[in-house]
Design a binder for this molecule. Structure first.
Ligand SMILES: NC(=O)CC[C@H](N)C(=O)O
Length: 364
């Protein structure tokens, strides 16, 4: 096997065996603790620009199938694992991990001590890294460069409107890098979904006469999307709105709140969040490196709905008088538990209620 090296900005170098495309790659090094779901993770557009370390020791044992893709491409810049399984066993498998990475032009390193690597990320919190074929100490600072969030989002948003489903309720999905499972949830609830590029204006969206708006997940630092705070606010003032992950962060920012980088983020399939009105704890799927700053939330306009049980961070907010809610976790799951799927039901109930009110006011 060809040797490959993972060079960290903090100075450590790990040597491993190179799988997939043999291409030098740079990105922020992050880790996910889920035991399964490597395919969903690799294709989640929120990972764009990041090098993903799998904490679970063996990756690839059920192969790659055609059903668990969260987007059409592999989104991560590269993957790091302890042990790759090259002989998958699953009736739906169409490729091995290495074959898929090679097809997609994405690099991977295996036989890496991922436990040591995760300890370094936890210690230094934000670590950029490079996968290279030759160790070199002359790596110039410019090669560690990070793409802007706008650049990252541009690579994953739909190029033009896409309409899916023929249901009665029309949801416009403002696409910063949506996961397919979000659309699947809406389609399962008999919606028609129009997926629009994140640059679509409020006026253009109004022409589509939506019943509700969903602001998607996506890569990067939400603060860099400041140009979109005002449209997000205007849309949420007009239509029932649900924000998921990046969408949650953008809603908080649009209403004057703030976000900050977390020590090393929440990425995994078992993050407990507490619903503050009921005290009920739900186990959620998560993938984020930023959080909404609690003190920055306008508490006259918004109430806090969810908190992370491990670190108390904000996991959800809800407007006190308008039908606007957002969650930091992923109610669509994939990977991870679907215990929070009721968030979609609540949102669609608000959408229906608003539509019935509108019909009644026309007829009275
Ligand atoms: N899944 C997401 O939407 C991630 C949001 C944002 N990029 C973060 O890391 O916090």
């Amino acid at each position: 096997m060809t040797k490959g090296y993972l060079m960290l900005q903090t100075g450590e170098i790990f040597s491993g065996d190179w799988i997939g495309a043999k291409q030098d790659t740079t990105g922020e090094l992050v880790f996910n603790t889920s035991m399964t779901g490597y395919q969903e993770m690799m294709t989640d557009p929120s990972y764009t620009g990041q090098i993903l370390t799998f904490c679970y020791p063996m990756i690839g044992n059920y192969g790659i199938n055609l059903h668990d893709l969260e987007s059409s491409d592999i989104a991560v810049s590269a993957v790091i694992m302890s042990d790759v399984c090259e002989e998958p066993s699953h009736y739906q498998s169409v490729a091995t991990m290495s074959e898929k990475l090679a097809q997609a032009g994405v690099s991977g390193l295996t036989n890496i001590d991922t436990r040591a690597l995760v300890a370094i990320i936890r210690k230094h919190q934000t670590v950029r890294a490079r996968i290279v074929s030759q160790q070199s100490s002359t790596t110039s600072m410019s090669s560690w460069k990070q793409e802007s969030t706008i650049e990252l989002v541009r690579t994953v948003t739909v190029p033009e409107y896409e309409v899916v489903g023929m249901g009665d309720i029309h949801i416009v999905l403002l696409d910063f890098g949506y996961k397919k499972s979000i659309v699947d949830e809406l389609l399962a609830a008999q919606c028609k979904v129009t997926i629009v590029p994140f640059t679509t204006s409020v006026e253009e969206i109004a022409l589509l006469t939506p019943d509700g708006i969903l602001i998607s997940n996506g890569p990067g630092d939400p603060i860099e999307l400041a140009a979109y705070f005002s449209p997000v606010k205007q849309l949420s003032e007009r239509y029932p709105t649900l924000g998921i992950c990046l969408g949650h962060q953008l809603l908080a920012l649009a209403y004057g709140g703030n976000t900050k980088k977390m020590p090393y983020g929440h990425r995994g399939g078992n993050h407990p969040v507490k619903e503050l009105t009921t005290g009920k704890v739900t186990i959620t799927s998560q993938n984020h490196g930023y959080e909404v700053v609690e003190e920055s939330i306008d508490r006259e306009a918004f109430e806090l709905t969810f908190r992370n049980v491990n670190d108390n961070s904000v996991e959800g907010i809800k407007h006190r008088s308008l039908p606007i809610q957002s969650v930091q976790f992923h109610p669509e799951a994939h990977p991870g538990p679907s215990d929070a799927a009721y968030i979609f039901r609540d949102f669609l109930q608000q959408v229906k209620t608003r539509r019935e009110q509108a019909c009644q006011s026309v007829h009275s």
